[in-house]
Design a protein around this ligand. Structure first.
Ligand code: NAD
Ligand code: UDP
Length: 323
């Protein structure tokens, strides 16, 4: 039997990382999950611990890592504004030093490496929808910059390692993703609205609620990352991975209230600084190059996510729209 592929997932105990580890194990690979548990948790991967192909290692990617692997998925980085703004210097270090260390590892062991980049590299976009050719409109000195510029610099490093050291790289620009195991206190719009609706508390709509986002269910996103990693050497990205179905934040609030059957009222709060007005991925490249497109519609994905948060609150119940 051929040797199993040995894969490293940094940030593997986080929301997206834990789903990725799960799917990679299902595909028959060995998975080394590296995490410093800054925003992730052992609980997210508890169900994988008994699998002999899974290994969990506490490590901060800001420090060098010496392991032997064939492929690296570099996801380590706090992703929600509340979390990445708590210690902005650390966020930039994770983005930049983390990328340098993982690229150094990839170079030493000749591994293929994928970077979890972000739609935030487009900032508050002046082009809509955003295609990979757009260079972005990013504030370099605002409260979101530690994350946005850290991710932009990481992309630069990936392409320089590719040109200079001939590394096989894959850069995925991930758009807003949601699903089970999102951190309940991360202040993201999907988790906030669902928890508020389940508790019959006011739904906090920032600004007018006319700003838009495009929400991708985590299973679809993970399929996209895995498909990108498996492309030929010529495909480096950057490639947008997200769901092009665009919703205003007000629409999202109304759908969540409806799905939960909640008595919550919608209240307005100030819009955070540098909050992008609109965001929608152009996924033509993903479809053409990796044959990927999302298959989960917002209502189905939200129903599964609501069931997860309901369970977290300790009172699982049949939701009105659950079959
Ligand atoms: P998350 O916070 O749940 O996961 C990030 C993981 O990285 C956590 O487990 C955390 O403990 C770990 N981590 C943070 N700093 C680390 C360090 N220095 N060393 C080792 N581990 C560290 O976030 P997520 O939503 O799962 O995001 C995963 C990746 O996807 C991130 O790189 C994020 O930037 C990117 N991304 C996510 C979204 C989204 O909508 N969730 C959108 C765009 C990009
Ligand atoms: N948002 C909101 N109420 C909340 C949390 C977020 O109206 O309780 C808005 C936020 O201002 C932004 C959108 O929802 O316009 C998405 O926010 P999130 O933090 O989830 O993601 P990002 O801004 O990073 O895309």
């Amino acid at each position: 039997m051929p040797d199993k592929r040995r894969l490293l997932v940094t940030g593997g105990a986080g929301f997206i990382g834990s789903h990725l580890c799960e799917r990679l194990l299902e595909g028959g690979s060995e998975v080394l999950c590296v995490d410093n548990f800054y925003t992730g948790s052992r609980r997210n991967v508890t169900h994988l611990i008994a699998n002999t192909d899974f290994e969990l290692m506490r490590h901060d990617v800001c420090f060098p890592l010496y392991v032997e692997v064939n492929e690296i998925f570099n996801l380590a980085c706090p992703a929600s504004p509340i979390h990445y703004q708590r210690d902005p210097v650390q966020t930039t270090k994770t983005g930049v030093h983390g990328a340098i260390n993982m690229l150094g590892l990839a170079k030493r062991v000749k591994a293929k490496i994928l970077q979890a980049s972000t739609s935030e590299v487009y900032g508050d976009p002046t082009v809509h929808p955003q295609s990979e050719e757009y260079w972005g409109n990013v504030n370099p000195i605002g409260p979101r910059s530690c994350y946005d510029e850290g991710k932009r610099c990481a992309e630069t490093l990936f392409f320089d390692y590719h040109r200079q050291h001939k590394l096989q790289i894959k850069v995925a620009r991930i758009f807003n993703t949601y699903g089970p195991r999102m951190h309940p206190d991360d202040g993201r719009v999907v988790s906030n609205f669902i928890l508020q609706a389940l508790r019959n508390q006011d739904i906090t709509l920032y600004g007018t609620g006319e700003q838009t986002r495009s929400f991708c269910y985590v299973d679809d996103l993970v399929s996209g990352l895995m498909a990108l990693m498996d492309t030929s050497e010529a495909v480096t990205g950057p490639i947008n991975i997200g769901n092009p179905q665009e919703f205003s934040i007000r629409q999202l609030a109304e759908i969540v209230v409806d799905l939960v059957g909640s008595r919550s009222a919608i209240v307005h709060k100030p819009l955070p600084v540098d909050d992008p007005r609109q965001r929608q991925p152009d996924i033509a490249k993903a479809t053409a190059l990796i044959g990927w497109r999302p298959v989960t519609d917002l209502r189905s994905g939200l129903t599964k996510t609501i069931a997860y948060f309901d369970g977290l609150l300790g009172h699982p119940r049949q939701l009105p729209h659950q079959a």
